[in-house]
Unconditional design. Structure first.
Length: 338
């Protein structure tokens, strides 16, 4: 079976993707520097699948470390998850974000060129649509002006991939634009383990529900949306992981430079998330309505038709599943991977 290198594969989305790839029969190699993860996630992936993963502790910017990985394994395709992703931190430390995110991409592309590896799938984000495009977002829309350095790193890396594919006729690239991944594997063995105060909504909700934090602040209830709170396209991380398997199957069979939205196409508001979480899990989530958060858009959701048409992929899990599985993970692992 083909060998897939997951750069940043010990993280939240990478670990779930590893499970789906292994269950489909692919061989998985992971390179991660654990800057936002731990090897425990991969140990659990192995337990869950009864398969083994070849694990390298490596900084993906480090070409010497990459050379060792590429020379020791005949890699068929790379999925590039490695990156820093906290929006607020990227505003405080833009240089660190540009250095880490862009260098990982350049080092991977250079090493792939050196070893003749021709297929790469990149973790991009809905954030590249920027502020001006109307929802639902379509892959044919132009990338917009991003509201923070994190978003700009994704936008710039998309440009780098497009230019590299134009210049190298044998290079195949798939840019996957994720919407808002939440949830966890239904076993409760792997999930999202943010360090410190969570930036994202669902980990904050679960930490309030479990008693680690006192109260969720819902950022703004005066948006032009049905209930005044922002709407997002929340996607179950296992559905998202399965989208990567479809993308791998496609890229191994087709020479391509393609962009796919990975979302459900259905927006839910922050209030709907909190209410659904409370209902399906029968727990209370203390919350108050506060001021808007700088940089938030009122609405963000995908047109997900292209992924269905070309990859034969669509989401299967419901918002109830997302809330149930997020809670199951949090309850079983109140302090993450320790
Ligand atoms: P994550 O932080 O859990 O995973 C990223 C992994 O990359 C971590 O394990 C981290 O240790 C590793 N990493 C970072 N820099 C590295 C480096 N220089 N060398 C080696 N490893 C490095 O985040 P995630 O939620 O799993 O996201 C995966 C990718 O998807 C990221 O690129 C992120 O920007 C992108 N993305 C995430 C979301 C989201 O909401 N989670 C949405 C859109 C796009
Ligand atoms: C969701 C909604 C908040 C926390 C970010 C990145 C995006 C992508 C996904 C990587 C918003 C509200 C949140 C809280 C709240 N990441 N909220 N109280 O901002 O849609 O997207 O993660 O690429 O690029 O920007 O996700 O989970 O932070 O927020 O009311 O304590 O929840 O205002 O409406 P966001 P999020």
């Amino acid at each position: 079976m083909p060998k897939i290198l997951l750069a940043g594969g010990a993280g939240y989305i990478g670990s779930h993707t590893a499970v789906e790839l292994l269950n489909t029969g692919y061989e998985v190699i992971v390179a991660d520097n654990y800057s936002n993860s731990s090897s425990e996630a991969i140990r659990r992936v192995e337990l869950l699948t009864s398969k083994s993963v070849k694990l390298y502790q490596a900084d993906v910017r480090d070409k010497k470390a990459l050379s060792e990985i590429f020379s020791g394994n005949k890699i068929d395709a790379v999925i590039h998850f490695a990156g820093l992703k906290a929006v607020g931190e990227s505003v405080e430390k833009p240089i660190m974000y540009y250095r880490n995110n862009i260098d990982t991409t350049l080092s991977l592309l250079e090493t792939m060129q050196e070893y003749g590896v021709k297929n790469i799938i990149f973790s991009s984000s809905a954030t590249v649509y920027g502020e001006a495009n109307p929802v639902p977002y379509l892959e044919t829309m132009k990338r917009g002006a991003c509201t923070n350095p994190y978003g700009w790193t994704k936008s710039m890396m998309e440009q780098i991939f497009e230019d590299a594919a134009k210049a190298d006729k044998k290079l195949s690239v798939i840019l996957l634009r994720y919407f808002n991944p939440i949830g966890a594997h239904e076993s409760g063995m792997i999930g999202e383990a943010p360090q410190g105060i969570p930036n994202n909504l669902m980990p904050y909700v679960t930490q309030v529900a479990v008693g680690k934090r006192e109260c969720l602040t819902i950022f703004g209830n005066d948006y032009p949306t049905p209930d005044g709170t922002c709407t997002r396209d929340y996607i179950h991380v296992v559905d998202l992981a399965k989208g990567h398997v479809k993308a791998i199957e496609y890229i191994l069979d087709n020479h391509c430079m393609e962009i796919f939205n990975l979302g459900t196409g259905t927006p839910y508001s922050v209030t709907e998330i909190v209410e659904t979480f409370e209902r399906v899990n029968n727990v209370k989530v203390n919350h108050v309505y506060g001021a808007r958060r700088a940089g938030d858009l009122a609405e963000c959701y995908a047109n997900a038709d292209k992924a269905l048409k070309v990859l034969g992929w669509k989401t299967e899990k419901t918002l109830e599943d997302m809330c149930r599985d997020s809670w199951n993970w949090q309850k079983n692992n109140p302090d993450g991977y320790i």
